[in-house]
Design a protein. Structure first.
Lengths: 387, 123, 387, 123
């Protein structure tokens, strides 16, 4: 099918790299056996998985044995957060996280609150960043786990993982990082970064959907209780037949990403600069997040006096998001933007442009023009109606 | 596509808002409710509605509903406005039920426009 | 890669049907967007998912809205069993299951036992079948949920789901069925069958790995609490970005299976007959399960005086399983066969041959010959050593 | 393949058990322990082991270990059997540690064979 849309929603999901697709096809043909099977065919599947573990391990600079395969970052977040909180619950029940985390994090903490854990919900600064000092102040004697995301999915805001992680180490607090938007896009060296648990999902960096991983540091006290029960696969931490083809796809996507993180970054920076240049002149437009320090693949803007849903339709066939994809179906303004103190009116007009490897200058320039025109038309429609 | 949130008619009226605007010397109502801002203006000639225009701040369904209303009631007798029903629009434009409130805002605006035109009597 | 093995392990996993692989490729190319996204590209993904739901719904004769996508039968079993047990726990905490269920079922019940539920573990007859009367006798006033599998993964034993389900309905007990080995292979009409929750996984019927579904009947009192938390996808029952390509593959695999269930069945029956004809003459060989009533895709045999691991190696390059794939890595004799009263010695020699659509008569005849030769050689190696 | 549970040498000795059998007029030991059944027989000539044969019921590692033992000790002095160490086999054949117990059964059998041959002295 020919594409009749302009895709600027790479933060929601990316297309699969053709090499990854081909690798998965090869895997399926030769390695369709169950990787738990103790025969030649099973060993082919297992070898594919081992190679993928090495590829992902190289990207993150970890031992392949520290990686647990999951169905995506949602499951990784659940396993990392609920699993570690329960594993450490005999030591204490206080947990710390951020109001602007992804739902796959916030909803796990909400569930844990119902189960007797106590959660401190930190509010970031107005530009979305968490002050490490504010984080440190939230820690208590009984704090066992903190979860802070790397790159925010709505605004691209990047947290100071190194500083926050160091504070966690000092206080013997396990540190989980939702890196769904960061892996394959920003350099992550887990030998250097003080992170204990890290969640990722392949479809955000040109790998397949339905596969992710949780990194569990090989450190004393760092362990998770399983949240799914079944066969003895994956050190009894996560059961179920491993999808060797998807895992191989994730591995190759990691291998492809590694050497090009810098060039990808420069490419995105150029695109975001052009996009912003094309819309920053609009009266009443403002950036959600922080354009200097944020991840350059995302530009989130609000605009005064424009209704968000109409703006989105008027932008068609440019595919962008309002809030994050996970909330797009609900009409409510983003809880993330409200946590930053945006008014409901400004939050509901927010549009997230997110760019990727295949995005061209032409596409972002077209998007900027369409955005300008859309704002102008909708303001015109409303003019005299404005009270 | 099966689950397009906008029916073809909504798309058509949203894309082509020929009746957006104001009319000189018209009767007008402004309404600001439920996060929707509307202005309807009408001119009448011999008891019939000559022209209708709208301004709107709202979601695509609201904008399309305004355009639909204007294009359907030009030329109709002024009294017809009092019979205007949100449910007609809901149905014709396939507006999702959760947006009923917004279309009722338009119904309010139309009815009060009808009263302002003098033709309408409160039911 | 040319196949240098003979695959007779279709119960562990099946190759992906080429049409399914092509469908997934097409989906990935046109529908890579996040299906939760509210734009044209997102709607393409969503349409792919809707089509798949209709295809699977047609196979099972249910409303597409009753289907929840998961990462496989393991997750479906966890969600169906733990989710329903918790949902109904205010009414009672007694649960019933079978000793010979898959680990994805037994391990969930073990976990629930630790959480205060009481589980009755039924022992099947020596041929693996559960007597519905014995099942009925196990039910109590406070029984809320029973889980009985359709086709046993190790022996092919089929349970009388209709009779057991009717008993459940009479007693207002929710009935979960692990149908991982049955869907796409035996006719299942959920309008007729009294089943409330049903688990399935695509890779057992020529679909992709990493995707499954849970059917949740639209009946009062039949509901599950989520076990994963996150975005509002799938009626808040199961969060996470839906892998539209895998789901489309599952759907097509269901559509392909539907019209050929009978011919597939005849094909397997013929193969099993030939296989059994080739080995039944061996002294001391016996069938685990019930060859008359069992699913014909599986033949599980034990043999006296032969060591199982050596037998498996001697059978190479014929890929078969000892016990079920999930336990193959451990050297322990199958808990399923021990539950049937097999001695450890006989249980450890068990070999599961499982056949599929691509299996040929030649393959099973070769397998039978190799099995005869392997048994003979290993017996010869041991002769004088036998005490 | 990276994670083949059997090393090439195990595969080789398991596939080709030239020393499987019994010897006429030989000294033999039978052992039945840990689910392993073994029989080793040896003939001696001038203090040297002339021929070795085995029978075994066990996993591939046990069978390959028997074959390896027989093929390595033919022609050696009878006393050498008392120096036989399970660890040599574990290492040479890359036997996984969880199977140590099984290879120790073979060590027992070899040592008692040595004693029966008269050359061996208990350590
Ligand atoms: C920051 C973040 N965390 C978690 C997720 C969940 O990932 P998935 O839907 O692949 O489980 C996403 C994307 O949806 C995300 O952006
Ligand atoms: C009966 C049965 N239930 C559950 C499962 C688990 O399926 P999956 O590994 O796809 O989650 C399997 C297969 O492994 C099975 O045979």
């Amino acid at each position: 099918m020919a594409q009749d849309f302009i895709y600027l929603d790479y933060a929601a999901s990316t297309p699969v790299d053709p090499r990854v697709a081909e690798c998965m096809r090869d895997c399926r043909e030769s390695g369709y056996a169950n990787p738990s099977s103790n025969h030649i065919a099973g060993r082919v599947s297992r070898a594919n998985i081992e190679r993928a573990a090495e590829q992902l391990a190289a990207l993150l600079n970890v031992d392949p044995a520290t990686l647990i395969w999951t169905s995506g970052a949602t499951e990784s977040d659940n396993l990392g957060i609920a699993g570690a909180a329960r594993f450490r619950s005999h030591r204490g029940k206080h947990l710390v996280t951020l109001l602007t985390e992804h739902k796959a994090v916030t909803d796990v903490f909400r569930m844990l609150e119902k189960q007797g854990f106590e959660v401190t919900w930190l509010k970031p600064e107005d530009d979305g960043r968490l002050d490490p000092a504010a984080f440190a102040a939230a820690l208590r004697k009984d704090t066992q786990l903190a979860s802070i995301m790397y790159v925010n999915n709505e605004m691209g805001v990047m947290q100071d993982i190194e500083a926050i992680g160091s504070i966690c180490r000092e206080h013997d607090v396990l540190f989980h990082v939702d890196a769904a938007q960061a892996v394959g896009k920003v350099p992550i060296d887990l030998q250097a970064l003080p992170v204990d648990l890290l969640s990722l999902t392949a479809h955000k960096f040109y790998g397949p959907k339905g596969i992710g991983a949780l990194y569990i540091a090989d450190r004393p006290g760092c362990h998770v209780e399983p949240i799914l029960f079944g066969g003895g696969q994956q050190q009894r931490i996560r059961p179920g037949t491993l999808p060797a083809d998807l895992i191989a796809g994730l591995g190759l996507a990691a291998e492809i990403a590694q050497p090009r993180i810098d060039t990808d970054h420069d490419h995105l920076k150029n695109l975001r600069r052009r996009l912003w240049a094309g819309i920053q002149g609009i009266e009443g437009v403002l950036v959600n997040g922080n354009i200097e320090s944020g991840f350059p693949g995302i530009l989130n803007v609000s605009v005064e006096d424009v209704e968000g849903e109409s703006l989105l339709l008027e932008l068609e066939p440019i595919c962008v998001a309002t809030g994050s994809a996970c909330n797009s179906k609900s009409q409510e303004p983003s809880y993330v933007l409200r946590a930053l103190g945006r008014s409901d009116l400004l939050a509901q007009s927010a549009i997230r442009f997110s760019m990727g490897r295949p995005t061209t200058e032409h596409e972002v320039e077209l998007a900027a023009r369409r955005y300008r025109e859309a704002v102008a038309r909708l303001r015109d429609l409303a003019t005299a109606a404005a009270p | 596509m099966s689950d397009d949130p906008y029916s073809p008619l909504v798309r058509k009226h949203f894309a082509n808002t020929a009746h957006c605007g104001d009319l000189a010397g018209a009767v007008a109502v402004n309404i600001d409710e439920q996060g929707i801002r509307l202005r309807l203006s009408a001119t009448v000639n011999m008891g019939h509605i000559q022209s209708l225009r709208f301004r709107a701040w709202g979601c695509p369904h609201v904008i399309a509903a305004c355009e639909w209303f204007c294009s359907h009631y030009e030329g109709e007798p002024g009294e017809s406005l009092s019979g205007f029903q949100a449910s007609d629009i809901m149905c014709n434009l396939s507006v999702p039920v959760e947006k009923t409130g917004r279309i009722l805002v338009l119904e309010d605006a139309v009815r009060s426009l009808g009263q302002r035109l003098g033709g309408g009597s409160a039911p």
